[in-house]
Design a protein around this ligand. Structure first.
Ligand code: MRU
Length: 358
């Protein structure tokens, strides 16, 4: 997708300098900075502090993290230890473990002198595949938007939460891919962007990337979706997911569940867009999903730009108050209208997922 008219992917390998390039998302929307990751530790840190974030991009970064480890040493023990450290960097998005396992499987079958090339090729394959899958998600989701437009014959209002945009993937996004495809096809759309406290991925990232693609959007406080649905101002919701259980339950950014409840109460279709790398075939009970709890400072402090254009962080809570920062929640399958995947749209259920992917 484009930033100031120039096409970018969110991560790539710089062959000449043997470094991994990322767009530092902690600096958006005020500064667009491309950062070098030189070591596997840099990759781990980038995931932890959310310079890169979003399930598919976390997976892509982990894959390139193994490439960086292989650049440091072709000793398989070092690579295995690095893999474990990468997996621990964030607990909820299953794509992280999925990508690391895929890299290790490939590397376990080759001689040490082939490690670097094999790792680099596999990391590139993982990213190319994600881009292709996200594009297909877009084409499959486009049909749903088209159907709504054909009935309504007026602007389709879509609500999204967090950033499941191209910044969260390698390109296109998951939830945003049907949106980009609808826009390219000339369907009039408008996006309600949940601000998504505390890290404001909606306001800082989703709105930013939609603006760059010239897609009309409005940022709303996280609690506004309910009244907009009661007023018939939301035609559908599309969100992403960090881990989709084989039961169809969906773990995504905190606040997704409440939006799904409001959608259910107001008969608003609630879709979840995902590549198959986000499916966890092992965990069956939503209570077993590891939910990340992040530093409460993400809640009590907020960053913005002052009148002189300087980025500043300020505290907004009473000094003595305690705060709790759970990063994800789980939406039970019964509240999900459908899963938009690279293979097509299916019901959020074990049967439908098995039929589509197994
Ligand atoms: O904490 P984040 O910003 O990594 O959370 C991201 C989300 O919750 C996204 O909705 C999810 O990863 C799907 S991204 C295509």
């Amino acid at each position: 997708m484009k930033i100031e008219g120039k096409e970018y992917r969110t991560i790539w390998f710089d062959e000449q300098n043997q470094v991994v390039k990322i767009i530092d998302q902690t600096k958006l929307p005020h500064q667009f900075i491309v950062k070098d990751l030189k070591t596997v530790k840099d990759a781990i840190n980038a995931i932890k502090v959310m310079e890169v974030r979003g399930a598919p991009l976390i997976g892509g970064t982990a894959a390139y993290g193994i490439v960086l480890a292989a650049l440091e040493s072709s000793d398989f023990n070092f690579i295995k230890q690095s893999s474990e450290d990468l997996i621990k960097s964030r607990p909820t998005a299953i794509n992280l473990k999925w990508a690391v396992d895929r890299m290790l499987k490939k590397l376990s079958k080759i001689n040490s002198h082939q490690v670097l090339n094999t790792a680099l090729n596999e990391a590139k394959d993982i990213c190319n595949e994600d881009e292709k899958f996200c594009q297909k998600i877009g084409l499959n989701g486009l049909k749903i938007i088209e159907e709504i437009y054909n009935k309504k014959k007026d602007t389709v209002n879509i609500l999204t939460h967090c950033n499941a945009g191209w910044l969260a993937t390698i390109n296109w996004g998951t939830a945003t891919s049907p949106i980009y495809h609808a826009h390219k096809k000339g369907i009039p759309i408008h996006i309600w962007v949940d601000e998504t406290r505390p890290r404001n991925q909606g306001a800082n990232l989703t709105s930013y990337e939609l603006n760059e693609e010239k897609i009309p959007n409005t940022i709303i406080a996280d609690n506004t979706g309910g009244i907009l649905m009661q007023r018939d101002e939301v035609d559908m919701c599309i969100v992403g997911t960090d881990r989709t259980l084989s039961t169809g339950d969906v773990c995504n950014k905190i606040g997704t569940y409440l939006k799904a409840l409001a959608a259910h109460d107001n008969d608003v279709p609630f879709y979840v867009a995902l590549p198959s790398s986000t499916i966890d075939w092992n965990i069956k009970d939503l209570k077993d999903i590891p939910i990340e709890e992040r530093n409460s400072e993400e809640l009590s402090h907020i960053e913005g730009i002052d009148d002189e254009g300087k980025v500043k962080k300020v505290m907004i809570y009473p000094k003595k108050s305690k705060a709790m920062n759970l990063a994800f929640d789980v939406t039970p399958a019964k509240y999900v209208t459908g899963l938009i995947t690279e293979k097509g749209v299916c019901e959020a259920s074990t049967d439908a997922l098995q039929k589509m992917f197994k």
